[in-house]
Design a protein around this ligand. Structure first.
Ligand SMILES: *[C@@H]1O[C@H](CO)[C@@H](O)[C@H](O)[C@H]1NC(C)=O
Ligand SMILES: *[C@@H]1O[C@H](CO)[C@@H](O)[C@H](O)[C@H]1NC(C)=O
Ligand SMILES: *[C@@H]1O[C@H](CO)[C@@H](O)[C@H](O)[C@H]1NC(C)=O
Ligand SMILES: *[C@@H]1O[C@H](CO)[C@@H](O)[C@H](O)[C@H]1NC(C)=O
Ligand SMILES: *[C@@H]1O[C@H](CO)[C@@H](O)[C@H](O)[C@H]1NC(C)=O
Ligand SMILES: *[C@@H]1O[C@H](CO)[C@@H](O)[C@H](O)[C@H]1NC(C)=O
Ligand SMILES: [Zn+2]
Length: 504
């Protein structure tokens, strides 16, 4: 140990010399002289040693440190060109505020809700088209789509017996009307499931059947809105009421599409559904009067998908799509469902353009039409554009705090690759990548083999407002919307700059 220390300090010659000395003679004196000699040697060679240290420091600074930093940073940039640095620019820009909230406020104020076949919907689509042109997007245009033309007309209902009470109702989209001037008056049978109706089908004949099914999750409970009226008609009912598909209520009914049936169908509030359940449990005879003018007009209305691009530099014919649906039900303002979704998608694309980012693939915002009662917009889009679509993201779950994206039609390897990219969004809280539903407007693309995703958001209160008069701009938050913009814009650029094909 000590010898090796000497060796390194004194150098080879000194050691050799040392070994030639008789060890038993005056060892102290001997080591003094060694030290002196080492000092002299150091003095004469200090320039060499300093140079050596400087060279080592330089090597550390120029090679080791950058390699350590880049091996961390380039994890995403190897996957997708400049994904991380563009994302940082995007997040910084969104933190200063975006146009998403002011645009949803403007659209909802100018045009209101936007049901397929309505003038309001086409006016809103024309406005979006003009604004996209103002934004400087490329290829801004509308594509015609034939859509169903259902109109609500006037409607009302009330409990007649055991006492009078006005019912707050909303006819279900696609429902027929009650034909007569006086509407339909009949006894109510409350059931709590399809099974319950089957077990009591003899009692349903000639009655108004009310499905009182407590909300668990949307996918499960919405079956009663979609298929309940058909089942009631089959059992011989004269009309169908459905407890609104919502977990919470301040007396607001929620509409939504239903399968076409031979009897009129409407949603009642949670409160009124529970009231009628309570009356039935007390063996009271409940009589309800229902009046509806709803009808599907024979003509197919013409609506439009509207879209605009930021053209890609390397692969302009491969398109990364982001969008939401511009149509809504004919209640509230269609702010959450899904005007807000359109705005954050559009703003993500506008921001990429405004920041001067040139993507490798083309990036496109699409506002699909007719998602709510026909989904003809998404179908028409896939027919024309599936062959050029690299990836498509829909946002139709509200524009609250984003968590990430749910991806459908992608392999585990793709999920893994996307998860690595998604890490850049940790700071926004939206870095999650999971297997999920791509969204109604993406289904035809996914069916054609295109991977699709949807923005994941905090949906805690989404179904409080969904398809009801409660769906207004007042339910949206501009900071949360800006976070959605940051998330979508990041995904757009990371996917548009993805190196190679997505692993299948
Ligand atoms: C819409 O319907 C009309 C009349 O049936 C038809 O001529 C036209 O091709 C349809 N358009 C689209 C985009 O499907
Ligand atoms: C319907 O009847 C079947 C057979 O009697 C019974 O097992 C089931 O629990 C009933 N369902 C409901 C919802 O009452
Ligand atoms: C309702 O009627 C049923 C069947 O006749 C009876 O068993 C039940 O006790 C009655 N309930 C009340 C609250 O009167
Ligand atoms: C009910 O709908 C039919 C078409 O299904 C229509 O001819 C009729 O005018 C409608 N009646 C009312 C009262 O709206
Ligand atoms: C995609 O399909 C459309 C419509 O069929 C067609 O016009 C277009 O040329 C196709 N594009 C590519 C890249 O195959
Ligand atoms: C989700 O939003 C609700 C309000 O709608 C809020 O109370 C809750 O804390 C949020 N959850 C998370 C995880 O941020
Ligand atoms: Zn929607």
């Amino acid at each position: 140990m000590i010898d090796s220390v000497k060796y390194s300090i004194l150098g080879e010659q000194e050691i050799e010399h040392n070994l030639l000395l008789p060890q038993h003679i005056n060892p102290n004196k001997h080591s003094e002289s060694l030290f002196e000699r080492a000092k002299k040697k150091w003095k004469s060679n200090w320039r060499c040693y300093t140079l050596l240290i400087v060279v080592v420091l330089l090597l550390v600074a120029t090679i080791v440190i950058p390699v350590v930093i880049l091996s961390h940073r380039n994890k995403t940039d190897n996957l997708s060109y400049k994904c991380e640095s563009y994302s940082k620019d995007i997040i910084d820009a969104t933190m200063k505020g975006t146009l998403a909230y002011s645009r949803i406020a403007t659209m909802c104020a100018l045009f209101g809700n936007r049901l397929s076949g309505s003038t309001a919907l086409e006016n809103a689509i024309n406005w979006v088209e003009q604004e996209m042109i103002t934004d400087g997007l490329a290829n801004v245009h509308k594509e015609p789509v034939n859509v169903t033309h259902w109109v609500r007309g006037n409607e009302y209902a009330s409990i007649q017996s055991p006492y009078f009470k006005k019912l707050n109702i909303l006819g279900l989209g696609g429902s027929i009307n009650t034909t007569s001037q006086d509407g339909i008056t009949g006894e109510v049978l409350v059931v709590t499931s399809f099974d319950d109706l089957t077990n009591n089908s003899a009692l349903a004949v000639g009655k108004i059947v009310l499905f009182n099914v407590v909300f668990t999750d949307y996918g499960t409970t919405v079956q009663y809105r979609v298929n309940g009226p058909t089942a009631a008609a089959k059992a011989g009912a004269i009309a169908c009421l459905v407890r609104s598909i919502a977990p919470y209520s301040l007396g607001n009914p929620h509409t939504g599409g239903t399968a076409t049936t031979t009897i009129p169908a409407a949603a009642v509030t949670l409160e009124d559904a529970d009231l009628m359940q309570g009356l039935q449990n007390l063996n009271q005879t409940i009589v309800v009067n229902l009046y509806m003018e709803a009808q599907t007009l024979p003509d197919k209305a013409v609506s439009h998908n509207v879209m605009g691009d930021v053209i890609g530099s390397d692969l302009p014919d491969e398109v990364v799509v982001v969008g939401g649906h511009i149509d809504s039900w004919d209640v509230g303002q269609g702010a959450m469902d899904d005007g807000g979704g359109v705005m954050v998608a559009w703003e993500a694309v506008r921001l990429i353009k405004a920041l001067g980012i040139v993507p490798r693939r083309t990036i496109r915002v699409v506002a699909w039409t007719n998602e709510e009662n026909g989904a003809a917009g998404g179908a028409n889009y896939a027919l024309l554009h599936a062959n050029e679509t690299f990836f498509s993201i829909e946002t139709d779950g509200g524009v609250t705090q984003p968590y990430g994206i749910g991806v459908q039609g992608a392999s585990d390897n793709t999920i893994k690759a996307l998860s690595d990219l998604g890490e850049v969004l940790k700071g926004v809280g939206s870095d999650q990548v999971s297997v999920g539903e791509a969204g109604t407007d993406n289904y035809p693309l996914v069916a054609a083999g295109v991977p699709g995703g949807s923005l994941l958001t905090n949906m805690t209160q989404y179904f409080w407002y969904h398809h009801s008069e409660g769906d207004g701009v007042d339910k949206l938050d501009s900071v949360e919307m800006d976070k959605c913009v940051a998330t979508l814009a990041t995904w757009l650029i990371c996917l548009a700059n993805f190196n190679g094909a997505l692993p299948q």
